[in-house]
Design a protein around this ligand. Structure first.
Ligand code: PLP
Length: 379
């Protein structure tokens, strides 16, 4: 099997699976319990919080655990709009965000907030000059993803943070860092974000675990009512084994980030070379050269995405059409649309996404299979 769908999800590291299983069995106490068994779970929770905070140069008190990227993003967007609505109703974002953000913004629009989108160029990149022009005194939230999940384009979030904070220091800046974490260095002291969202399963951690970085003093209202766990921000019994698994995956992934990226770059370049050699006229690379090496979007002009995806599957090669979230809907993805990618390149888009374990041999085998598929379907 060749798994080139690591942006959809990753295989958990073996040590993560072992740790989660061990803690689920041995340390099943509730960290909110007052007895010593609960306190043992609390110690594991706080140790994990410290380790995860360290990977993004944050303080442990600035980490709130959630059930994943989607929950963190919903909380960040809806919770900060709710907490700041007396200061204004204007929100800025980009059209290529993950559906977790776009759908949350739609909900806010329905409540009377004014959501304005920044434009993106043919590579999906925002123009910080436009951000400077559009940010207003009544802007309460700016929402920009760090890395796009379909193309790997990297947004200038550090520059955006500087612009936002000098134009309107009260505007909340939320950065979706789900695809960036463990693949690019993240320093919360450099990026002037008030809130950042993260997910464990994109970095070989367990499913259904995430975290939110919440800068001290950032104004946000909880969206979950309940027992007041996580300093009242996120009610619900805390998933201690999952969080410990997240910390275990993060320490390993961040620690070997440079080595993984070097390997991933080799696999990516080999796949591009092989495709360009075998079928130069019918492919278009949609991802920018300076994007995240682990995500490669390629258009095939003659065959539709679903046909390619399922034909590759018959060869036990797993990829994605656009993103996993949009791939079940039979339409051109919102990211490809926003980038203005013209026909015939907008139909047959395939996303290859790599991890540190992928090899150049797999890239060659994938290109070979694609050549066979193109020959079969374009005859
Ligand atoms: N944000 C981005 C950029 C993503 O790629 C994803 C997952 O595909 C999410 C958010 C959602 O994360 P989760 O699957 O943890 O809910």
């Amino acid at each position: 099997m060749i798994y080139f769908d690591n942006s959809a999800t990753t295989r958990p590291y073996k040590e993560v699976v072992d740790l989660v299983a061990k803690l689920s069995w041995e340390e099943f106490g509730n960290p909110a319990s007052l007895h010593s068994f609960g306190m043992r779970a609390e110690r594991i929770l706080e140790q994990s919080r410290k380790q995860l905070a360290h990977t993004i140069r944050a303080e442990p008190e600035e980490i709130i655990f959630t059930s994943g990227g989607t929950e963190s993003i919903n909380f960040a967007i809806k919770g900060s709009a709710e907490a700041n609505k007396r200061s204004g109703r204007h929100i800025l974002s980009t059209p290529i965000e993950h559906p977790a953000a776009l759908e949350s913004l739609k909900v806010l629009e329905g409540m009377g907030f004014e959501v304005e989108m920044l434009g993106v160029d043919g590579m999906g990149r925002i123009d910080t000059w436009e951000l400077k022009k559009k940010i207003r005194k009544d802007t309460i939230l700016v929402n920009i993803m760090m890395v796009n999940n379909e193309t790997g384009v990297i947004q200038p979030v550090e520059e955006a943070g500087n612009i936002i904070k000098s134009a309107n220091p009260d505007a909340v800046f939320h950065v979706d860092a789900v695809q960036a974490y463990g693949k690019l260095p993240i320093d919360t002291r450099k990026i002037k974000a008030d809130i950042m969202s993260f997910s464990a399963h994109k970095i070989h951690g367990p499913r259904g675990v995430g975290m939110m970085y919440l800068r001290r003093g950032a104004k946000i209202r909880p969206i979950m009512s309940g027992g007041g766990q996580e300093k009242q921000y996120r009610s619900g019994t805390v998933n201690v084994p999952g969080i410990a698994g997240f910390a275990c995956a993060a320490l390993k992934k961040v620690g070997q980030m440079d080595e993984d990226n070097r390997n991933i770059r080799r696999v990516r370049e080999r796949l591009i070379d092989e495709l360009q050699r075998r079928m130069p006229e019918i492919i278009r690379i949609n991802s920018p050269e300076d994007g995240l090496p682990g995500i490669l979007s390629v258009s095939f002009s003659k065959v539709k995405s679903e046909v390619i995806l399922h034909a590759l599957e018959l060869n036990e090669i797993y990829v994605s059409s656009g993103s996993a979230c949009s791939s079940k809907k039979n339409s051109i993805s919102h990211v490809i649309k926003a980038m203005n990618i013209p026909a015939p390149w907008s139909d047959g888009v395939i996303r290859f996404s790599f991890c540190g374990d992928n090899t150049e041999d797999e890239a060659v085998a994938c290109a070979e299979a694609l050549e066979g598929i193109m020959n079969t379907f374009t005859l």
